[in-house]
Design a protein around this ligand. Sequence first.
Ligand code: SF4
Length: 677
Amino acid sequence: MPTYTTACPRNCYSTCSFKVTVENEKIISIEPHASNQATPEGPCIKGLAYVERAHSEDRILTPQLKGSDGNFQPISWEEALNLITDKLQHYKNSFGSQSVFFYAASGMSGLLNSVSHSFWDLYGGVTTTYGNLCWPAGLEATRLTLGANKHNPPWDLEHARLIVLWGKNPVESNIQEMIHIDKALEKGAKLVTIDPRRSPSCERGQYLIQLKPGTDAALALGVAHELIRNNWIDRTYIDKYVVGFDDFARRAAEYPVNRVSQICDIPEESIRLFAKLIDNNPGMTMIPGYGMQRFSNGGQSIRSILALSVITGNIGKKGACWHYANLQSYVFDSLKEPLSYFPKINAKPKFRRAVSMAKLGDDLYHLVDPEIKMIWVERGNPLTQNPDSKQVKKAFQKAEFRVVVDQFITDTAQEANLILPAKNMFEQSDIIGSYWNPYVQLKQKVIEPAGEVKPETEIYYLLAQKLGFAKEHIENYFPAPNDEAIEAYLNKHLKAFPELSLEKLKQGPLIASQHEDLPFADGIFNTPSRKIELYSTEAEKLWSVDPLPDYVPLERSDYPLQLMSPNSKNRIHSQFGNLNVIKQFEPETLLFIHPTDAENRDVNDGELVQLYNDKGSSEVKICFDMGLKSGCVVLTNGHWYQDGSSPNLFTKGKETDMGHGTAFHDTYVDCEKIASK
Ligand code: SF4
């Protein structure tokens, strides 16, 4: 039976390498690929669930058109493509090409995704989004401070003496990171976790600081003040590489432990102990997660936390780095993160990036001149994953014609007029990078597309012909629908990197020659001052925030419970939860609540409550969580509405303080018992 090397293209830190065995065009096993030093033990439960996902009975295998009765009926590709062509011509001629809205998210990464941009560009330009649902507040905070987003490879973690998981839960969201953390712990390293939840990762550490959500900057500044007050800082490093330390020290002095203790609702002693641990254990790797920067104060929180690594000289050394995002394997990206998330400043942009990802519902609904007439969605599920889903749905329903490319009938696909079946990861080769490990990898084609599935590249190729794009444009930008043409397209991009080749990538992951093992060890920082900027005039100019890191309290709400929607081990955003294998672990949507908060509402474990705020309301079953900070509730990310409740029913469209991220976690709710029926 043939076995192939491939890699997981999900929006997940790990980007695991696999060996996949195929029998009679079916994936029958997924095994670890030992040559990936970051993921030697293989995939998580979701990776193993690919066996079901690839061959699921629920998969869409033909184009589906919604009839007047609201039901989908299969139609041929010829009918589907003719219908789309007619609509695209009509809307462009009648209202301009920007009356078409193109939405793509992170459902499948890969170099071939750039074909969609070429298509919409050659069509005449369309309306699309700026910003991002996840990480840009932290990316921008890091860029402003260090000049770039890169960090030591995951295996360097074993050299750390102190590891801080600040709002990250790798036991569920980045399981391979625990391999390297465990090695460090075996050598005597200390593990501090900072989280409002006592997550499974907290259980692996020696110290937990369970702060109030959204107060991270106050804690960081309080710890900085302790470090500075006790002279537990690296003066030599600061003098050589840092701009703005004296101003920062004055800012930190505004956060004595008694004040921080009150803001964060933690004991004063925790703050002192944390500072002492940093001093006693030189060689600190600080690992902030992607949750805390989804508050409106997220960018300033990340700048404050990063300052702890800076003032103690824990940058650019073995076992000592700022481990936020490692974009070194994004070698093919012409778009540079986080700058690619910002709206185009061009006066007459071909692509009208007028719609904020964070405020999609409102922005799209109210867009005029032209109004949105047609929507195209691929690699995303905005009706579940964008904030204020009710408004997003309303905006979608306002458009006359909606095309969704997907593998399953998601909440968004349900609202489509036409669904096109999407490929899965095994049905077309592509090249992917990682934002955690340093490898460039080939996601290899191992089976033919199921049913009548056509990869997006083929859909665009056929539409380009039907729309009469110039022959040379089609030849240049749209690989023909066969494996040789796809490989030629990938090879063309690989030419710039002689150390990478398709043949070598078929054997396993490779590291591009530009990769640095210890980023910033050379003391080069791509900031305006060419130093690490604790004081950033660019931050003030671009984002109207204080040039120094600061704690900005969240806006208060009349609803008493803070709703958090962290990722769980069972989903990558809204993917995987529909599979039977995952439903065995999580058969229903649950709202986690501390027993004290439940008791105050006269609710018992396992009972149904009405969860509500001014944005939405739904029934959901509660589950007691003794490890959750009182005053918080958790509904994990990615649940579909069609299965009950979903976090974005309660979130509002709001951007983060920098980077055009999404402030999902500025969400307050309440719940009440539903009288038994
Ligand atoms: S989802 Fe993440 S951890 Fe799981 S297999 Fe894919 S890359 Fe690996």
